[in-house]
Design a protein around this ligand. Structure first.
Ligand code: SAM
Ligand code: SF4
Ligand code: SF4
Length: 291
């Protein structure tokens, strides 16, 4: 259902193979790096969050219950903050100097197209050799075909959240609409409202669903460098509060944060079955469970 109708060109085949090789290489590398080496490979995904806010309030999203001041304040009012433009460019420069040429997304738990700087920043990142894989709820694109034209081809892939369809027919019509919108950019879909993962701080989260079997799994979801709008670095998709205290890119270099002793120790400890038990965030994590 998520297949694009575009003809599969040599470039697309090449990029697909590259993507899968990058992912599996990371996993294999982390498994086979001898324990005494005490290191980890470079990140295989990158998220730089341009701004903090979202126009939606999806029940399945970890923004939903947040009252910490990161996404919403104690009264549920949305936090609206932007990452300074100079910091965004600095991050792009640092990662490309380190040799990173993989995917970049410009969001975390936010809507990337709420930021007017999007095209300018995506253009810069692309010139630097990064490929943009963006995620969106589509609301800011639906009635803006001119903006979609600017995005088409500038970003490599767009994953559109279809959160409102009432039946299969509507779902198919929405997919058709979006596939017709983009000619060069690959289009995929997120069906998270229908097939949600249970994430902490979402409306679906229930600690009672945790069991020993889940806690005894290993976790390889630490392959990405995910930078929140305020510069804080998350360990994984689930770590929006940045509880692992990996550091802040506004104060330290990306190289120092990624290959810090603390980060390497945490990533390597999670490769081992049961490693989750060492961290309260991981003990409560249900992200491997689909509803
Ligand atoms: C957090 S959103 C941010 C980008 C944008 N606002 C959007 O909705 O696409 C990034 C991706 O996470 C997915 N997502 C969020 N919560 C999810 C859940 N509980 N289960 C599965 N996917 C989820 C969204 O569907 C989207 O594809
Ligand atoms: S899934 Fe996306 S659209 Fe929905 S609340 Fe989260 S960030 Fe916003
Ligand atoms: S187990 Fe820990 S590291 Fe893995 S996804 Fe959950 S919170 Fe993140």
């Amino acid at each position: 259902m998520t297949k694009n109708r575009e003809p599969i060109t040599k470039e697309i085949i090449f990029l697909r193979i590259q993507y899968w090789i990058t992912l599996y290489r990371w996993k294999l590398k982390t498994i086979f790096i001898p324990k005494f080496k005490k290191t980890i490979p470079m990140f295989s995904e990158l998220e730089i969050e341009l701004q903090s806010d979202c126009n939606r309030d999806c029940f399945f999203c970890p923004r939903y219950e947040d009252r910490s001041g990161i996404r919403k304040d104690s009264n549920g009012k949305h936090i609206k903050k932007f990452m300074p433009t100079s910091k965004i460019y600095d991050i792009i420069d640092q990662v490309t100097e380190l040799g990173y040429r993989g995917f970049l997304s410009l969001h975390r738990l936010s809507e990337p197209f709420m930021d007017k700087r999007y095209i300018e920043i995506a253009t810069y990142a692309r010139k630097k050799g990064l490929r943009i894989w963006e995620y969106t709820n589509g609301d800011f694109l639906k009635n803006n075909p001119e903006f979609c034209k600017k995005l088409d081809g500038l970003i490599y892939k767009i994953s559109i959240g279809l959160y409102d369809y009432k039946n299969e027919q509507e779902k198919k019509e929405q997919m058709k609409f979006w596939r017709n919108r983009f000619k060069k950019t690959k289009v995929t879909f997120s069906l998270a409202a229908e097939f949600p993962v249970i994430r902490q701080n979402s409306k679906l989260y229930d600690k009672k669903l945790i069991n020993e079997k889940i806690r005894n799994l290993s976790c390889f979801r630490t392959t990405g460098l995910r930078i929140r709008y305020d510069g804080e670095v998350s360990l994984c998709c689930e770590d929006d509060p940045c509880v692992f205290k990996l550091g802040n890119v506004f104060n330290s270099s990306i190289k120092d944060i990624w290959w810090s002793e603390n980060h390497i120790k945490i990533v390597n400890s999670l490769k081992v079955p049961g490693g989750r038990n060492a961290y309260s965030k991981c003990r409560d994590c249900l992200s491997d469970v689909l509803l």
